[in-house]
Design a protein. Structure first.
Length: 257
């Protein structure tokens, strides 16, 4: 059984065949999927998907790209949306200085306000952090976000930073990138941190693993991620699936099936 902790099936990349894809997932060994919001609109569509498919859960939140949505009204809307019983996390939230550093202050403010909301709602957070390690971890620590826990999604920093994140109470989200030839750092991270702290994610439609790199990603390709992690850690694929499934259920506060 596999738990895809981070997907975007509301993305337009799935517009033409979404229902067929969801049916394929239902029949596969992918048992649970969390569809993650990136702004107010996709938080709503994530919930719509969770309402429609029993194996889909939702996260609501605003990605740093849309930080300007995180005003008083935006927070109130997220609060309302979180009342849906299938909402399991606040995300994805965080800092992204790769795309835009000019609005760093606005990003930080949006990140902090959504961490406060997660605390109020007792929900874990899904953290997006790109080229912003220092500010991200300063804020997580200042806000004691480890109390709520969650995941550093699509982890892209050093193994040392991964260890720090784990110490704070976060899981490390690993997806297709770990299968890439040039992903030395992430392979090292996967080797170094304990299996207890790893969760699987696609971030689909993005970041398909080898041999599908560059193509549209979806949850069934996690099989290739499982294979890579198993070989890095000298474990069986079964063990990797079982442990990451258990971690994901624990992280999102879901009963293990
Ligand atoms: Ni994402």
């Amino acid at each position: 059984m596999i738990f895809d902790t981070h997907a975007h099936y509301d993305d337009e990349a799935f517009e033409a065949d979404r229902d067929a894809i969801m049916e394929e997932i239902r029949k596969s060994n992918i048992k649970r999927v969390v569809n993650v919001g990136a702004n107010l609109r996709s938080s709503e569509t994530s919930i719509a998907l969770a309402d429609k498919y029993d194996f889909v859960y939702a996260a609501v939140g605003v990605h740093p790209d849309d930080a300007n949505e995180v005003n008083e009204e935006g927070i109130e809307r997220l609060r309302e949306l979180s009342r849906n019983e299938k909402v399991v996390a606040i995300g994805e939230i965080g800092l992204d200085y790769y795309w835009n550093k000019d609005n760093a202050d606005e990003q930080k403010e949006a990140f902090k306000r959504q961490i406060d909301l997660a605390r109020e709602l007792s929900l874990p957070i899904i953290v997006h952090s790109r080229e912003a390690a220092k500010d991200t971890f300063d804020i997580l620590s200042e806000k004691k976000a480890g109390d709520m826990g969650g995941v550093i999604h699509c982890f892209s920093y050093s193994p040392e930073i991964a260890e720090e994140a784990v110490k704070m109470g976060f899981y490390i989200g690993i997806g297709g990138v770990v299968t890439f030839k040039n992903s030395k750092k992430l392979k090292e991270t996967a080797e170094r941190i304990s299996m207890e702290n790893i969760v699987l994610e696609t971030d689909c439609p993005y970041l398909a693993p080898n041999p599908f790199r560059g193509k549209r990603n979806y949850s069934l390709y996690l099989e290739y991620v499982v294979r890579t992690i198993a070989s890095l850690k000298g474990m069986s694929e079964e063990e990797v699936m079982r442990e990451t499934y258990r971690n994901a259920c624990k992280m999102y506060g879901l009963e293990k099936e």
